[in-house]
Design a protein around this ligand. Structure first.
Ligand code: SF4
Length: 296
């Protein structure tokens, strides 16, 4: 693994995404190899994306930034690079960041495709004793074989669901991030509804799939996606080009019907699936603290 210099770690975060106020990426690049990864887009200018680089002095910089924040909040972890890459086992930088959130009274919204997150249940529970914690395992297909083609170096879907069961069992607010859902590859109701069924079996509190099913594609990310996808799904590039041209958001042709059945299935289990409801439920136990700590 390589190291790079960083001037700052804690960045502001706008929008409704799991109630986040800040975002942190301890690593640059990601080793999971997802063929649809948005972080490969030109706008992020991450060269050699598959090579993981850790930010030098990341924890010292982060500690100083957290200590100087007067207003507490929720920090997004893992949005541009999965914090549980194989190097994390030794470096423990993600674990170190979680310890700092705990020490300085911040909540966390963590997303990963790795069951290494189970190592940090102790700290996540400690954070949840004072602040909101959202733990998300990304699952785009319930089938291990298909996931191996789409997310070749991430851990199996079976292990991701086992991790979700353990996180829920530990009393954490855990759920599935079901994005993207690739048109013509993953957008069938058996696939989507099986994910919801498995999430329910694992005791998940939410499944978030956005407001419609599809994938965003642009510039280098699109080129990479077609290059890799065509090896497994011959003719897929032609199908995408005919359906979407150069569109950024490629919405599944069956998105509306699919979303209706998805929402019905989530409601059947009492699982949250709309962002505002997920955030409200995750923050509810801390409402009194939020008045005193988060909103001052
Ligand atoms: S885990 Fe996330 S950041 Fe890493 S390659 Fe996959 S989509 Fe990209």
């Amino acid at each position: 693994m390589e190291y790079i210099d960083a001037k700052s770690i804690l960045m502001p975060w706008g929008g409704e995404w799991f109630g986040c106020d800040h975002t942190v990426n301890i690593y640059r690049g990601c080793s999971h190899g997802c063929i649809y990864c948005d972080s490969r887009s030109d706008c992020y200018a991450i060269k050699r994306f598959d090579t993981v680089r850790a930010k030098r002095n990341a924890l010292e910089i982060l500690e100083s930034e957290l200590a100087h924040k007067r207003k507490k909040g929720i920090v997004a972890l893992g949005a541009m690079s999965d914090g549980y890459n194989p190097f994390e086992k030794e470096t423990e930088l993600t674990r170190g960041a979680l310890k700092l959130f705990d020490r300085y009274g911040f909540g966390v919204s963590l997303e990963t495709k790795s069951d290494m997150v189970l190592r940090d249940i102790d700290i996540l529970k400690s954070i949840s004793s004072h602040s909101p914690v959202f733990v998300k395992l990304t699952v785009t297909t319930p089938y291990d074989g298909l996931a191996k083609k789409l997310e070749p170096r991430a851990c199996s879907v079976t292990r991701r669901f086992a991790a979700l069961a353990a996180l829920s069992e530990a009393g954490l607010y855990a759920g599935v991030l079901m994005t993207p859902v690739l048109p013509f590859i993953e957008d069938d109701s058996a696939s989507v509804l099986t994910i919801v069924d498995k999430a329910a079996e694992c005791g998940c509190g939410f499944v978030y799939a956005g407001n419609s099913f599809g994938v965003t594609l642009r510039d280098s990310q699109r080129v990479h996606f077609f290059d890799k996808a065509e090896k497994h799904f011959v003719g897929i590039k032609e199908k995408y080009c005919a359906a979407y041209g150069n569109d950024y958001f490629c919405v599944s042709p069956v998105s509306d019907e699919l979303y209706k059945s998805f929402a019905d299935r989530c409601r059947k289990y009492g699982i949250e699936y709309e962002m505002s409801q997920i955030v409200a439920k995750g923050k509810r136990p801390y409402e009194k603290q939020q008045i005193s700590l988060f909103d001052l």
